[in-house]
Design a protein around this ligand. Sequence first.
Ligand SMILES: Cc1ncc(COP(=O)(O)O)c(C=O)c1O
Length: 388
Amino acid sequence: MALKTGKGAEAPPFLVMDVIAAANARAASLPPGAPGVLRMEVGQPGTGAPRGAAEAAIRALQAGQPMGYTEAFGLRPLRERIAAHYREKYGVVIAPDRVAVTVGASGAFPLAFLAAFDAGDRVAMAAPFYPPYANILTALGMVPQILPCDASTRFQPTVAMLEALDPRPEGLIVASPCNPAGTMLSRQELDAIASWCEANGVRLISDEIYHGLSYGAEECTAAGCSDSAIVVNSFSKYFSMTGWRIGWMVLPEDLLRPVECLAQNMFISAPHVAQVAAEASFGCIEELEANKAVYARNRATLLRGLPEAGFDRLAEADGAFYIWADISRLTNDSVGFAARMLAEAGIAATPGVDFDPARGGRFLRFSYCGPEAAMAEAVPRLKRWLSV
Ligand SMILES: Cc1ncc(COP(=O)(O)O)c(C=O)c1O
């Protein structure tokens, strides 16, 4: 007899992982000496943890520290260091008690969703969006409420869109800079959204994982404009520590104990040695700024070169390391287009359907966190490919 499978078993794949697998297969099949595959699909820095962070982990291991569980909310010195980061970077005073260290930002989402919402609750988000928001909510029986956004609002939600929602959602997720569009909310926009959420009893979750990676626009934290918002951040992007699996939340007072109990039950703690490394990464700013300078140069290369190659409708690339290209003049099948681009031009990028099931057939996400030489080579390759 076939056994029942749960709702969570229906979670769709995160398609970018399939693109990564296809790009790996293509790279492995190339004869020696052939031009390699240019990787513009990956959403992770190729640089690895900063040296000082890795060295702190090595020192702790060599000193024979047992690296057992930590408290559910993490090592005290790391929580204090994160709280200090809010004072230094944003001028916002956060009590270290409000900082919860998590297993990446990914580990923060189920904790935040389960603490703040019930099955059946609606949680709004702009489309295009980071797919796990909707997939995790759905797996938990919650209902993503999609706000279709376009270049006219920089692919970000507005108070007018929220006002128009009927019924009102129980929650709202914002991301600035966002993935995949790379666009940001201004201080006024974030303030207005946070005030609207407070006035309407809507729990705001602000994904600030790409903070540190913006190229001129001001980064504002929701922790500075709302005491009821949940802020999510991570060491994966600016701090270049994806595989170390450390993120954090700044929690509102009313959710501190509920999230702590959930975290004790679901994760016990984030990896101990990685927490030691994460604390040390705050001392590696020179190295991290050098990584960011590479992204900035890559961004400039592509913003100049992609339009010349035929990708002339690009979202404002305020931050993160993505360029969201409207390719509707070229195709309405981004999956087929990306597959051809990989097979014929040797360039991997992510089809938009991952991020916007309804309209993503007309968009492609280019990631520019790879090496400078690859980004420079991508432009002439794309030009040649599209002019054939
Ligand atoms: C917008 C956004 N949020 C969260 C994550 C998850 O990051 P991590 O779990 O590595 O901290 C990612 C990863 O790509 C992301 O792009």
